[in-house]
Design a protein around this ligand. Structure first.
Ligand code: NAD
Length: 536
């Protein structure tokens, strides 16, 4: 019997043809259906492929007794009841790349439009005028471009900027020297250094705690007079109010915005009145080629999942299945141990990770691959967009960024259900380990050379200090004064009177500047905050 696939929401033709070409498939292509009609029909299908219009709800999934795969031709999967799909063992597949070039080309289209007043020129011509006087523009050649985030889109922008004869700089502490060298981009060691260099500033980073408001009043003030600012990444990375103030002062010469804090942009939004701001309605990915790419990508993955059971592109595949309950704590531990190691290395200024190595106890060896993926995910947390990062794609995302992923040699980790993660960044390395026993929540048991015992949850504060009397009291008082509730406090030392390490788990997020407060205390040498991201 043929495998039946429902394609809806006007998924690009080439994707549909790819599915039709498979003799084992019977493909029905329909426009976006009303929810009730879709509910009526869904139990005939083995797969459904759509874009964002069709809502794949809990009711729909429970009704769909044959359904094995949900394909989304695009990135966001907010329209899919993911937890229910996982519970029912239905794979959900999306297409995260494919729109990179569309955004990079739009960058140049819109910046050139701003510099050469194309919109005004075109409107005046259509109005029957011939006015050249105030359409004198400027060129890109010889100007300096500052790119924040040298990932997929940042990289494509850099290629094209070099072709325009621009002087290209980038700030991205998470990518290697090799990538900068291969792209022929000058590395700015800090955001401030990039701001000092840039006449054009563009952000191509995910929206994370670190990047929210990253280009605020201070950053804009630091840019050269007349600089142009571009945000095609996510609303909130460039602070709206600060940008308006800088435009009003005339310090910023112009801006291009494709993304907004709240979309769609409605009513009398202040930016609408600025003639030197190009406003676009989030069309970065709106090219026929990008739509084709994501359709092909999603349909190919749906085909492979249905025909060969290949779930390597599934967002939820690793968690579906019977072993998930026993493996979940170990996955969580691997991910969090890596996040702790990364934060501690970052505290030493080592942010570009070269390798991730995992060692497991005997009982976990058969899951070492999944645990390495979890460690890779922990290493990339907060560096790549959360919705693009999962256990299935973490290994390929990490290797695409040049990280070496490995299984440790030389025996097992010290407990049958222990995990040790080792990260190397340049001349620095950090080992963090723990135990994921079956009958209790996972514990971190090792940080560097220190033996500790805390649950990796909420937020962690890791302190190094001199092992002298009174430090614990001073830290406790300082945290209490800052309104922080301590859940667990573990102090470890290598030898009496030497170096000591304290791990403090706290409820909720720590207040801003808590590290500065703690490092100002006598005998405290360093303080690092680790805020844990998504579940493994
Ligand atoms: P990517 O993951 O390939 O690259 C992001 C880069 O940002 C990475 O190299 C990472 O190391 C870097 N980075 C992360 N945190 C950083 C920080 N604090 N400081 C400096 N660099 C940091 O992602 P991508 O595919 O290039 O996408 C970039 C952005 O573009 C995302 O926000 C994405 O949502 C957005 N996007 C927008 C559209 C649109 O329609 N306008 C379309 C696609 C993507």
């Amino acid at each position: 019997m043929a495998l039946r696939i429902l394609v809806t929401d006007e998924v690009d033709r080439d994707g549909v043809e790819l599915l039709r070409a498979v003799p084992e498939f019977a493909v029905d292509e329909v426009p976006t259906l009303p929810a009730a009609e879709l509910l009526e029909r869904i139990d005939q299908y083995d797969a459904i492929v759509g874009r964002s219009a069709t809502k794949v709800t809990e009711a729909l999934l429970r009704r769909a007794r044959r359904l094995k795969v949900v394909g989304r031709a695009g990135v966001g999967v907010d329209n899919v009841a993911m937890e229910v799909a996982t519970e029912l063992g239905i794979a959900v597949i999306n297409a995260p790349a494919g729109n990179t070039v569309a955004v990079a080309e739009l960058f140049f289209g819109s910046v050139l439009s701003l510099l050469r007043h194309l919109t005004r020129a075109d409107v005046s011509m259509h109005d029957g005028r011939w006015e050249r006087a105030d359409l004198l523009g400027t060129e890109l050649r010889g100007k300096s471009l500052g790119i924040v985030g040298l990932g997929r889109i940042g990289g494509e922008v850099s290629h094209r900027a070099l072709a325009f004869g621009m002087d290209v700089h980038a700030y991205d502490p998470y990518v290697s020297e090799e990538r900068f060298a291969a792209l022929r981009v000058k590395r700015a060691p800090t955001l401030d250094a990039l701001l000092d260099a840039a006449q054009f500033l563009t952000v191509h980073v995910p929206l994370t705690d670190e990047t929210t408001g990253m280009i605020g009043a201070d950053a804009l003030r630091r840019l050269r007079a007349g600089a142009v600012v571009v945000n095609m990444a996510r609303g909130g990375i460039v602070d709206d109010d600060a940008l308006r103030a800088a435009l009003d002062r005339g310090h910023i010469g112009g801006a291009v915005l494709d993304v907004y804090l709240k979309e769609p942009l409605t009513g009398e939004h202040p930016f609408r009145s600025y003639s030197n701001v190009v406003l676009l309605p989030h069309i970065g990915a709106s090219s026929a080629e990008a739509q084709r790419n994501v359709a092909l990508d999603a349909c190919e993955a749906v085909r492979d999942a249905l025909l060969n059971g290949d779930l390597s592109r599934s967002l939820n595949g690793a968690l579906a299945g019977e072993d998930s309950a026993t493996l979940a704590p170990a996955l969580l531990l691997a991910r969090r141990a890596a996040a702790v190691a990364r934060a501690l290395l970052a505290g030493r200024g080592a942010t570009a990770i070269d390798s991730v190595t995992i060692k497991t106890g005997e009982d976990l060896t058969s899951s070492a691959g999944a645990l390495l993926a979890a460690a890779a995910a922990g290493t990339l947390e907060g560096v790549v967009e959360a919705e693009r990062l999962n256990l299935i794609n973490a290994r390929s995302l990490a290797t695409a960024r040049g990280l070496v992923l490995a299984h440790g040699e030389g025996g097992f980790a010290p407990h049958s259900r222990a995990i040790e993660v080792r990260l190397v960044a340049g001349a620095h390395s950090m080992r963090v380990g723990g135990v994921a026993a079956l009958d209790m929540p996972p514990r971190l048991t090792r940080i560097g050379d220190f033996h500790v015992d805390v649950a990796p949850r909420g937020s962690l504060l890791v302190l190094t200090n001199h092992d002298v009397p009174g430090v614990i009291g001073r830290v406790g008082t300082a945290l209490a004064d800052a309104g922080v509730n301590i859940a667990e406090y573990h102090q470890a030392r290598l030898a009496a009177g030497g170096e000591a390490l304290a791990v403090v788990t706290i409820d909720g997020a720590p207040p801003a500047h808590v590290c500065e407060t703690l490092t100002a205390l006598r005998d405290v040498r360093s303080a690092t905050v680790v805020k844990f991201g998504g579940d493994a």
